[in-house]
Ligand binder design. Sequence first.
Ligand SMILES: Cc1ncc(COP(=O)(O)OP(=O)(O)O)c(N)n1
Ligand SMILES: Cc1ncsc1CCOP(=O)(O)O
Ligand SMILES: [Mg+2]
Length: 221
Amino acid sequence: MARIAREEMKKRLAVYFIMGSQNSERPAVDVLKEALDGGVTLFQFREKGAGALQGAEKEALARQLQRLCRAHGVPLIVNDDVELAIAIDADGVHVGQDDEDARRVREKIGDKILGVSAHNVEEARAAIEAGADYIGVGPIYPTRSKEDANEAQGPEILRSLREQGIAIPIVAIGGITVDNAQAVIEAGADGVSVISAIASASEPKAVAAALAAAVQAARSR
Ligand SMILES: Cc1ncc(COP(=O)(O)OP(=O)(O)O)c(N)n1
Ligand SMILES: Cc1ncsc1CCOP(=O)(O)O
Ligand SMILES: [Mg+2]
């Protein structure tokens, strides 16, 4: 298997849904199924925070969500837990600045997708050097889904990274909704990454479809 091509990665980032069992009062499998039906293009399993599953229960949920993703032809990325990603043969891993070193993760996962969080141009350049396939940039807007989130930087950070020559695929994250999705794509992101917009929606399918339409509209401007 070869590393994912840049253009394919950009397409996959369009509507990147992140969720763990703690993000919805409904079963994660039900929410994910509806979101996939609505047009989610990439999924991240992020089992983290108060009440998060551990050990065998966490792995069992990951495998259940993986079956759904595979049935829809959507890659599954595991957040933080490199060993779990390897154990279930996930499609990739996402790590942040306080997680396992990205270079070391690349060595462990071979050609799987590697996503790295970056908050500035130095972190973006280091992620590229380490072998990232995409970077996650945010929070763009205020978020209530991550306890230790940095301050929101606004879409200007995306514009600034592009102006400084950062050409790697970028997904914007943090406080993104159907209403502001177009603005972040126009500022330079290839896609939008959301937790609450879909996980807390009464109709996850409709929100995923609306996000896909907003990204598509902004891309074709
Ligand atoms: C797509 C994407 N971008 C950023 C993050 C945040 O990663 P990190 O900073 O490691 O924080 P946690 O999510 O681990 O709390 C992400 N998960 N996904
Ligand atoms: C994991 C993460 N990293 C930066 S912001 C964030 C949370 C995004 O969640 P929401 O889409 O609900 O703001
Ligand atoms: Mg992390």
